[in-house]
Design a protein around this ligand. Structure first.
Ligand code: SF4
Length: 308
């Protein structure tokens, strides 16, 4: 069963009125696939996860649909959404260290969420221990008795994945898993995400990241977000070999192995026409006046008048 997001719009209240943080955002996440949502900081990547999980602060304006098993998750109030969290949608947050309670042993924390959902204690213990072993947190019994401060950063990150997978979710949302980590830890994250899908082959994974090396290593598809809008959606191989949107091309040109060409910053959300036009090396007159729609290409979608 797929997670299908349709025409999602999210706006935050600002001093001068509503600020559109996500606009016209549609995405399907199918069983067994890994999709990377990439873009600059502030593009709206994490807001997407927070919206689907019902974590946005009160006062935001949300419209659109997020279908799973015939249910629009966006139409549910917090109490109605709760049974879907963990069991269907699981989340690995950006900061694993902060997500764990510092005063409770790891095993207790991992079991607690399962027991709260009615899983018998012995079964919860078995599931947690199996996952700890599978994700190289060994011996499971000893690791389960440790407190978060006794674990390394990498172990805490794996523990968060255990917490997510123990609920046997259908969709795993992973937020910036390599932010601030070194090359060795990055390789561990890649291995970890691969292990997660090996353990649950039907699991759909959405990784929110600005890390293109990670994208190349794990993703089947890439969705590029710019200033709250999807500007390109394609297979990972198409994205790396022949990106269509000038912003996607700029992301790749900024990689060290492709010349480290930095893109100058400019205000993008409030401009008329294409939101990227003040930074775009291929800007045309039309781009300043008219906002391009998402245009379907044979194997991808792109929001750019060059491909009209
Ligand atoms: S629509 Fe125009 S400004 Fe926007 S990305 Fe395409 S060429 Fe550049």
């Amino acid at each position: 069963m797929s997670l299908r997001v349709e025409a999602l719009r999210v706006a935050f209240p600002g001093p001068d009125g509503w600020v559109e943080v996500l606009e016209d955002f549609s995405l399907t996440l199918s069983p067994g696939e890994t999709v990377a949502l990439v873009g600059e900081s502030g593009a709206g990547k994490s807001v997407f996860i927070e919206t689907v999980l019902g974590l946005l602060p009160a006062g935001c304006r949300v419209s659109g649909r997020a279908w799973f098993e015939g249910q629009d998750l966006l139409s549910l109030n917090p109490a109605q959404l709760r049974p879907w969290l963990g069991r269907v949608l699981a989340w690995v947050p950006q900061s694993a260290a902060q997500a764990l309670h510092p005063m409770l042993p790891l095993g207790f924390q991992l079991r607690e969420a399962l027991e709260a959902r009615g899983v018998p204690r012995a079964e919860a213990r078995r599931r947690v221990f199996e996952l700890l072993e599978a994700l190289d947190l060994r011996p499971a019994e000893r690791v389960a008795g440790q407190f978060p401060h006794q674990l390394s950063g990498g172990m805490r990150q794996r523990a968060m994945l255990v917490a997510a997978l123990a609920q046997r979710p259908r969709v795993l949302l992973v937020d910036e898993p390599t932010k601030g980590v070194d090359t060795e830890r990055k390789a561990q994250v890649v291995a970890l995400l691969r292990q997660a899908q090996a353990l649950q082959p039907e699991l759909a994974v959405l990784v929110v990241t600005h890390d293109l090396e990670l994208v190349q290593a794990i993703a089947d598809r890439v969705v590029v977000l710019y200033a709250g809008q999807i500007v390109e959606a394609s297979s990972t191989s198409d994205f790396f070999q022949a990106p269509l949107h000038p912003f996607a091309q700029a992301l790749l040109a900024a990689l060290p192995q492709r010349g480290l060409q930095a893109l100058p910053w400019a205000e993008s959300r409030l401009v008329q026409g294409c939101r990227f036009h003040s930074r775009c090396p291929k800007v045309m007159e039309r781009c300043r006046a008219q906002a391009p729609p998402l245009i379907s290409r044979p194997s991808s979608e792109v929001r750019c008048w060059l491909h009209d």
